[in-house]
Ligand binder design. Structure first.
Ligand code: SAH
Length: 348
């Protein structure tokens, strides 16, 4: 008979619960503090790393708990320096995370779900369907792994984190928030909230919730079209979460947080490359203070979507900039290893 694992994952315990466990087992409460630090601040992957604990105490912990750390099984490096990690979770599922080096920053792009339920027609992750949400520690570990790679390969600290990997972070809100809390905590990675960006397909109700929760990170919205008909045809979520609802939630967001929003937008040939679409985007971008990132399209095989011409991109740029909207054209990174936006599909 196969023995089922009865030991709990120690990182599912809150600091308070860990303390209780220690007291109940006749240990001093401050030991819990030490263990908590090993688990989060120092990202220990085994109890034997906890060298300031006695061997019998480590053995006692081993008999009750496991540490379900993620494993970076496969790492690919792009010719432009981008690193893509295939990350295996404790149940064997796989997600991807990406390190993106730039002149002034090193960004970790992390996943929040295994697969995705949103079915955006242009995105490779959508084809995997949603399998499950990631736990806070699985999100945290991706950041730690990239932080280590950043120091090892680039001799520079990790500076930014974007939730632009697999999944929709706002459909796994509680766990994403809990991970961010640890990433920004002094007992965790002590990174600044303003260095973190959560990207969403634009779930209006959740944007309102985030505003009410007083979050301190940046918000990016994957807009891609500012006309309902077009947006619905490429992003099914728009059927139940229309642009006017999205606009209302963004007004509320700005009213509460005073933080600008960034719109992610791909211009595709014959889909949204007309002046009418550009004007609609301008109008939408003027609702609250915002920036626009025009992102390069990364083809995901069948050729249904094609990058618009340089001329159309310039038309967008000129119109937006003329009206004072900061607009950047974002070149793809890591395309040769399928690490670019929308290409994450466990192909490695
Ligand atoms: N679900 C969240 C987080 C994913 S972020 C969101 O939608 O924002 C991934 C970003 O890449 C999104 O802006 C998405 O719209 C964009 N994207 C998806 N497929 C793409 C592709 N093939 N080429 C370029 N960008 C793509």
């Amino acid at each position: 008979m196969v023995e089922t694992e009865s030991r709990r994952d120690i990182r599912k315990l809150k600091a308070e619960e860990l303390k209780e466990f220690f007291v109940q087992h006749g240990e001093k409460a401050f030991r819990a503090q030490q263990v908590y630090e090993w688990l989060w601040n120092k990202s220990a992957k085994s109890f034997d790393q906890m060298t300031n604990l006695s061997v019998p105490l480590r053995d006692m912990l081993k008999s009750h708990f496991v540490i379900n750390h993620i494993k970076v099984d496969h790492m690919q490096r792009s010719s432009d320096g981008t690193i893509k990690n295939a990350v295996t979770l404790h149940d064997g599922m796989v997600v991807e995370s990406v390190l993106i080096p730039a002149e002034k920053r090193i960004t970790a792009c992390v996943s929040s779900q295994v697969g995705c339920s949103l079915a955006c027609k242009f995105c490779a992750t959508a084809r995997l369907k949603r399998q499950r949400n990631l736990s806070p520690d699985e999100i945290y570990d991706q950041v730690v792994a990239i932080k280590e790679q950043s120091e090892l390969f680039y001799n520079r600290p990790l500076t930014n984190i974007v939730f632009m990997g697999m999944g929709e972070p706002l459909l796994n809100y509680a766990n994403v928030m809990s991970a961010i809390e640890k990433i920004t905590s002094q007992k965790g990675l002590n990174m600044a909230s303003k260095r973190i960006t959560v990207s969403t397909v634009g779930l209006a109700k959740m944007i309102v919730k985030m505003a009410d929760d007083g979050v301190k990170f940046n918000l990016a919205v994957s807009l891609h079209a500012a006309l309902d008909k077009t947006r619905s045809s490429i992003m099914p979520i728009n059927d139940t979460n229309s642009l006017s609802e999205l606009a209302e939630s963004l007004k509320y967001w700005y009213h509460k947080t005073k933080r600008k929003v960034t719109y992610e937008y791909v211009v595709w040939k014959d889909i949204n490359d007309s002046e009418e679409h550009a004007r609609a985007l301008l109008k939408f971008a003027q609702i609250i203070p915002s920036k626009v990132n025009l992102i390069e399209y990364n083809p995901i095989d069948d050729g249904e979507f094609q990058q618009a011409s340089e001329e159309s991109i310039r038309m967008y740029m000129d119109l937006l900039e003329r009206h004072g909207i900061t607009t950047r054209v974002r070149k793809s990174r890591g395309k040769d290893i399928d690490a670019a936006c929308g290409q994450l599909a466990n192909k490695s």
